[in-house]
Design a protein around this ligand. Sequence first.
Ligand code: HEM
Length: 354
Amino acid sequence: MTGGGLFNIGDFVPSIAWMDLQGIQAKMKSVHERLDEMIKRLLDEHVASAAEREGRPDFIDLVMASKLRDDDGETLSDVNIRALISMKSVHERLDEMIKRLLDEHAASAAEREGRPDFIDLVMASKLRDDDGETLNDVNIRALISDMFTAGSDTSSVIVEWALCEMLKNPNILKKLQSELDVVIGRERMLEESDIMNLPYLQAVCKEALRLHPSTPLSLPHFSAKSCEVNEYHIPANTRLLINVWAIGRDPDVWVRPLEFYPERFLVGEKAANIEPHGTDFELIPFGAGRRVCVGKQAGMIFVQYFLGVLVHAFDWQLPEGEKIDMKETPGVVVPKAVPLKAMVSPRLIPCAYV
Ligand code: HEM
């Protein structure tokens, strides 16, 4: 999974792909060969134990049987079957984890009496079918799986970048902590409902998304047909990348573009009305248009909530002699090359942490 997300120059400049300059293709090939060997061994063991399953075929027996069937003219080859098993095992582990989470969630329903959370609402919608469409258990687990895969790293890298920017600019950190103290106080933790009363926290998060968008080249798009965009001709079947990172640093759009300056998003400033939801093209960390991130609202809440809690509940300091290295490391999501190391100390009353 990590290899699949690496930035492979050959994917973007196909004429030099054969050189495999970073050795990524060779590495991926060797990983696949090892996985394929392992699955071959598994399949051999499976064949050897066929007698034990007599009359109780499992998934692999059924897939193997389908290899022999070709009423629709399509059959699975040995390679297809091994690829299917490799993806299936990853999905099965994630699915098992989500099933356990849902069981735990159901067991603690009484504690949430009158305060339904996201899962309670999704589960309730399973029973509603006024528009003729309902979610089944598999749909719900897939939705939660999407939240884990598409929503975890994308949110956590922004929080880390924002903390680094603030540790480099302690006045911003102090200003944010004072806003949190005035609005929430020091006797309880931040709650999601506080976010709308915290304009400086919102501005800090937008500024982090501007300078450090989680997916700097968005996700690749593909032109099914040829089209014209802003007088540029885009041929059919072309892979398109949008440089969100460069748009966020464009000096024609942003005043002091390279500076971490959250105030630019406050009332009265030039960027006060710019929102990152895909309608203002100067700031599109979630993409825009038909394929805009479906989790953009959730993503904004995750980032604002996690950052807000961390900054409100703790004082942050760099260890003696530690310097922040702001280098990025390539990937679909761009984290810091050197993870942030910091020391935290509590700043709320002790019972607020329970
Ligand atoms: C700060 C957090 C997040 C960021 C920065 C982010 C960013 C993005 C971006 C740039 C895209 C591609 C948009 C395009 O193709 O133009 C995308 C797509 C997507 N995101 Fe997110 N995302 C975040 C959180 C989430 C969360 C929490 C979820 C799930 C609940 C999610 C689910 C998805 C899905 C399913 C797509 C594919 C949409 C499609 O192709 O139609 N994302 N995201």
